[in-house]
Ligand binder design. Sequence first.
Ligand SMILES: Cc1ncc(COP(=O)(O)O)c(C=O)c1O
Length: 458
Amino acid sequence: MKFNYIQKTPFYNTLSELGKRIFLPDGIFYWSGRAKNEAELIGTLGAAYGFEKDFIEGGSSDWLPCYLREITGYSKLSVKQIIPYTSIGGLLETRMIWKDWIIKKSLYSEKEASLLSRLEKYITTPVITGGVTNGIFQACSMFLNPSDYIIVPNKRWGNYDNIICQFIGAKTQSFEFFKENEMNIDGLRSTIEKIAKIQEKIVLLLNFPNNPTGYVPKKEEASNLVDMLKDSQTTHDKPIVVLVDDAYEPYVYKDDVLNKSIFYDLHQLDENVIPIKLDGITKELLIYGGRVGFITLGLKPSWIADEEELQNLKDEINNKLEGFIRATISNCNSFYQVLIHKLFEENGFEQIIKSREGVNKLLKIRYETINSELKKINNPNISIDPNSGGFFVFVNLDSNKIKARKFADHLLKEYKVGIIPIEKLDENINGIRIAYCSIDLSKIPELVKRIDLALKDF
Ligand SMILES: Cc1ncc(COP(=O)(O)O)c(C=O)c1O
């Protein structure tokens, strides 16, 4: 497989050795495609099919994937929809509707026609992954060689380290996330500077609303961040790939903060700041066990000369992504892919957003309550990280006085309160993550009261 169009773009140099090497072999697809058109007897598909009456008592004469009769009692969806494999990159209908969903989530108005048309034209058709985690894994594998650095905030989801360091063998270069209660954009700028000296590409992972802090940048901070990335890209003349983990995208509770993914602003930049959107149904549509995520790349107009080149480039990128999927999970759960397609198609985006509003409201009031209760704690040994969204709040503990793990143990044993301690002193983190997403409003004051009491024991 040749990747002539990718090779012509700066994107090529951002790929890991694996990213350069991977492709979707066309053997099975080539012969299956030809058989469909040319064969009288087709023996290419690796799934059992038959006339329904030959494997189900009283069945029809329809040619169907063989299935167990009992299965049909659990879903209104037809066996034709939930039994077969989907294609490697996912059901095309689901991918296309998610692309429209991404466009919808941009919140571009009709007056912003040029932004909208750039978005519509220059993003890839999302490829379906096994949840957002799998999307993060595929994307990290695409860009990181073992021993490459990826820049991450010091406060981040712990599973990134598992994927990046333990699994891929790459390295994280963290920066202090906050400075005076705002995002530490200068810190990120100098970290980029440092990595630019040793690598031909910069890979950065951002996650807003953030796990574990709930941080979302204020609109002004977000625009400073985008400007800084743009400047850094031109200053160092190296592509900057930004993996945008949008797991908690719709859960934003304040008006003065960024109310959509930073992917959109990064995508509008002409510079080679290349955003990769990683989102999924898990939190966004509240289907945790569905395990459907999406990878969508933002491309740059300067990379291609015309429409044909754009399509060829998209096809090549799609081939590589499908190569990753094929090599790891082969393809995703078809039931949930069909469900997502139907959910959107039969209800419409507005209805789904409306239906989620109850959850947004529930979380917003918990968010307000936990923050106001935490503020009442008068203890010099703690500070709360800025937070405006997501599922969590993070309480820093003075590491000279209280160690997070010891505190969590004490809180659990003596006060019967469970939280997650994060104690990484080498990255200047020592605190507790409280998942208010799963605590009823009525219990929040009591939970904070017990934390306050436990703090007094140290
Ligand atoms: C920041 C972040 N990204 C990704 C994920 C994983 O999402 P999924 O369950 O879809 O793999 C989580 C889940 O906890 C998360 O907190």
